[in-house]
Design a binder for this molecule. Sequence first.
Ligand SMILES: Cc1cc2nc3c(=O)[nH]c(=O)nc-3n(C[C@H](O)[C@H](O)[C@H](O)COP(=O)(O)OP(=O)(O)OC[C@H]3O[C@@H](n4cnc5c(N)ncnc54)[C@H](O)[C@@H]3O)c2cc1C
Length: 413
Amino acid sequence: MAAQHSSVRVDVAVIGGGVIGACVARAVRARGFEVVVIDPAPGEGASRGNAGLVVPSYSVPMATPANLRAGLRGALGHDAAISVGRPFSAATAGWLARFVLSARPDRVRRTARTTFDLAARSRRLYDDLAAEGLDLGLRTVGWLWTFGPASGPAAAASVVRDLERVGSAGRLVDGDEARALEPALGAEVAAGVWFPQEGVLDPARATVMLLHDAEERGACVLREPVVSAERDGPRIRALRTTTRVVEARWVVLAAGASSRAVGALLGARVPVEAGHGWSLTVPTPEPLVGRALMDADAHVVVSPLPGGLRVTGGMQLGGRPSSERADATVAGLRSAATRLVPALADLPDGVAWQGARPMTAGGLPLLGRDRSVDNLLLATGHGTLGVTLAPVTGEILAELVTDGARRRARGAA
Ligand SMILES: Cc1cc2nc3c(=O)[nH]c(=O)nc-3n(C[C@H](O)[C@H](O)[C@H](O)COP(=O)(O)OP(=O)(O)OC[C@H]3O[C@@H](n4cnc5c(N)ncnc54)[C@H](O)[C@@H]3O)c2cc1C
């Protein structure tokens, strides 16, 4: 990397050092390109306190007719898994319009299939990383979705049918089989769907490890925000941080839920909306559950992490969540998780966290060249599946950079 005064010149500048930016930086650096990751707080975004599940089965997008009905209930102020935040911006309104248009059954099926294929490739890449010596702590503990007596076996059977069309194999189980798989489950569980191949890792630790690995391979991390960009016609000539000017042949936007705002600094329209969510991490002296769990009625996930349990859920689209909203959501998560795993009632409060998923309206991540800025590559919009899709995102972006370099070399020859 060539540095003059406060200016830095690299092949690739990655904006954002979450799990996505870390995977991109690592994969691009592994192909021999000079890389700088720019982020004021690497690993402190959504990649920190999420559920840590690596779950190709969760590939059905959020824009479905059922979720539209749930969203409407939320907008009307009723208790709902999905709600729309305040203040309500024009950008959020446009995003919601596209979300509604995306909820057609044929489109939902195509998106689910594409996401599942990407996620299955990503799952294999996690194994490849471990085989190369980068063990991110992914454990194949399986994932059990549970249903209460009201929704019960019919809802579970419909999940199995929907996912079979996508290519994912979940097994229908009754309440007793569910409790045999996970003895900590409460008596209310009437049915379940069991995905034995799914896994879980500690997302904060995995993100730090990926970033360290990229650094060990020669990538640099600049702990400052991108504040502006200088354009040269359709290209970004340089990025400005608080103290540096970074000149890069390619810029990768991996700024998670801030991608719309950062994209605007670069002159690009990036249709990503924040999907605010919450988690509660409760320390447990002994492992309380062995499987990853999801109460599919309440949309609450319980992840077994090293040293404790993490309960996650909530989806507020756009706006800024109020502290009242945060307190109410975390209390709701705790009580839903306690119904699922009654032994949680005897455990301490735990540590609450809030993060924002980078949501696209249609559910597919944005992986590829931006339409209006020539040297801008997008690696964002991973929604509820950023941890799952991070390794495949790194590979796809590294392939794009390599192809671009080949084309340039051919053009120069
Ligand atoms: C409650 C919850 C549970 C979840 N559970 C799962 C799960 O089980 N499995 C799964 O696969 N996914 C899950 N997700 C989704 C997952 O967390 C995200 O998709 C993923 O973390 C997105 O990663 P990212 O790197 O794009 O974003 P982030 O981790 O948010 O990183 C973006 C980075 O960009 C940086 N940035 C912002 N602005 C600038 C700027 N101007 N200049 C430079 N840098 C900037 C930020 O500092 C941040 O570090 C969950 C999310 C939530 C909220």
